[in-house]
Design a protein around this ligand. Structure first.
Ligand SMILES: NC(=O)c1ccc[n+]([C@@H]2O[C@H](COP(=O)([O-])OP(=O)(O)OC[C@H]3O[C@@H](n4cnc5c(N)ncnc54)[C@H](O)[C@@H]3O)[C@@H](O)[C@H]2O)c1
Ligand SMILES: [Zn+2]
Ligand SMILES: [Zn+2]
Length: 458
């Protein structure tokens, strides 16, 4: 929180905004109703960030079209993501009270800006979590998450060396855009950032093209899973689960998923859906020969190729989840932002010249990183980046249509938008049985065939 507030001040003092070609800091229409709210005065429900571990459902003004290429989407489906937990925990910089969250949503086009010809009111669409212009150097290569024109954050530029694209519902660090855990969303550059959903793809499947499917696919192909590879995955959440499925699709001979603590049930959950997966519960590791606890690395080495270890390691957890006290306190004291525990486990576990991909979110700096192992054994450490959804989403949509890819494998619950604050609590606690959820609004159709029925949040 303190960091977040300080960052907001730096941003204001810096005054280096103005590079973006779309309005910034439009994270809630009530900030400037004259400029951002629908003139009808119509209100809508939205999930807003109130402070660390505090979100609430609020009545806020419905957004209006403010740029020619905008579309207003009436939301019929959204969800919560591991990335939202980083906002909830306050680890992402530059959040402001009242910001509307949510970067994964689908819906129906409600109204269009004057330059929009590709879509008309009534069309069913899904949005990418990133907002891309479609024309800059990165966008031309479909590397949409790195669009140069939709995020002005000076702080991000200073900390990361360049800016990512703007993201829906993901703090002022990524442009300050209102998100999709709401009844209506304004989508800038709508022809670029929306994808049509055909009639044979229900919301309960199409929604996940926003992020998790493209992110998992990207994690696997960007890190490089080849035929016969043994793949180890840190994190059994929705991203880890889909990475396991997609690794097999790319020819992996074995996939080993690691998780533990309150989320240990997720290992059995994934195994029920994908029986050939192997699992390690880090909280149940036995005592090693030397009398100390067995480590992830020693366990993986024993399991794979007589001590060589996996070919590929995929990080699908996040840098904020410290396991040991040392990193826990270093993060708490601000001596680092992220733990290096999982990165070190990955680097020491894989075979020499093995590959490690990082898709879980890391926000800044880490201590005690095992650079020696990386250098001496030729380990390839690959930051997968915020995933460029536009590069993959058409292909993934066609895989959903043919049935090769079924997002419902990870979807366990359907909840109401009105109960979204409670959903944050459940998802954060890794409540048993809650893997990926579908959030309905008053505009949603009844659950499609094979998708979970509506549940109450306990
Ligand atoms: N790069 C991208 O574009 C992108 C997109 C979406 C999500 N993400 C990130 O991917 C990560 C996973 O997303 P998700 O929705 O599956 O999140 P999630 O929070 O539901 O799952 C993360 C899992 O990691 C586990 N974990 C924590 N510490 C661990 C450890 N030391 N070893 C093994 N497992 C551990 C947790 O118990 C949890 O089950 C998150 O960090 C999310 O922000 C990145
Ligand atoms: Zn997400
Ligand atoms: Zn661009």
């Amino acid at each position: 929180m303190a960091t977040s507030r300080a960052a907001n001040i730096v941003e204001k003092v810096g005054g280096d905004r103005g590079q973006a070609t779309t309005a910034q800091d439009v994270s809630n229409p009530e900030k400037d109703p004259q400029q951002f709210a629908d003139p009808s005065g119509e209100m809508m429900k939205a999930l807003v960030w109130m402070g660390k571990n505090d979100v609430a459902i609020a009545q806020v003004p419905k957004p209006k079209i403010i740029e020619d290429s905008d579309v207003i989407v009436k939301v019929t489906g959204s969800t919560i993501c591991g990335s939202d937990l980083h906002l909830y925990h306050g680890t992402i910089l530059e959040l402001q009270k009242g910001d509307i969250l949510g970067h994964e949503f689908c819906g129906v086009v409600e109204s269009i800006g004057p330059s929009v010809t590709k879509y008309k009111p009534g069309d069913r669409v899904v949005a990418s979590f990133q907002i891309a212009c479609g024309e800059c150097t990165y966008c031309k290569q479909k590397l949409s998450s790195q669009c140069e024109r939709t995020n002005d954050s000076k702080l991000q530029n200073a900390l990361l060396g360049a800016r990512t694209a703007g993201f829906f519902g993901y703090s002022h660090f990524t442009g300050g855009f209102a998100g999709g855990q709401s009844e209506f969303v304004r989508v800038p550059y709508a022809e670029v950032n929306l994808l049509s959903l055909p009639d044979n793809v229900p919301d309960e499947k199409g929604l996940y093209l926003s992020d998790v499917l493209a992110t998992s696919w990207h994690c696997v192909v960007d890190t490089g899973v080849n035929k016969g590879d043994v793949v180890a995955i840190w994190g059994a959440g929705p991203i880890g689960q889909m990475c396991a499925e997609i690794s097999f699709m790319h020819g992996a001979s074995r996939v080993i998923v690691i998780d533990g603590g309150p989320a240990a049930w997720r290992l059995d959950f994934i195994k029920r859906r994908l029986p050939k997966v192997e699992t390690i519960d880090f909280s149940q590791l036995g005592t090693g020969d030397g009398g100390g606890r067995e480590s992830i690395t020693s366990t993986l080495k024993k399991m794979v190729n007589n001590g060589y270890g996996p070919d590929v390691a995929l990080e699908c957890a996040a840098g904020e989840y410290a396991k040991g006290w040392a990193h826990y306190f270093e993060i708490l004291l601000g001596a680092e932002t992220d733990t290096s525990e999982m990165l070190n486990e990955m680097i020491t576990s894989v075979r020499s010249f093995g590959r490690c991909g990082v898709t879980g979110v890391y926000s800044g700096f880490t201590n005690h990183f095992n650079i020696g192992a990386l250098m001496n054994r030729g380990i390839r450490l690959i930051g997968n980046g915020q995933a460029p959804v536009h590069k993959y989403w058409e292909h993934l949509l066609s895989m959903i249509q043919t049935g090769e890819l079924d997002p419902l494998h990870m979807v366990t619950h359907r909840f109401r938008l009105e109960d979204m604050d409670g959903v944050y609590r459940l998802f954060d606690a890794r409540r048993e049985g809650v893997q990926k959820v579908f959030i309905q609004t008053r505009f949603s159709k009844p659950p499609s065939q094979g998708s979970p029925p509506l549940s109450e949040v306990e």
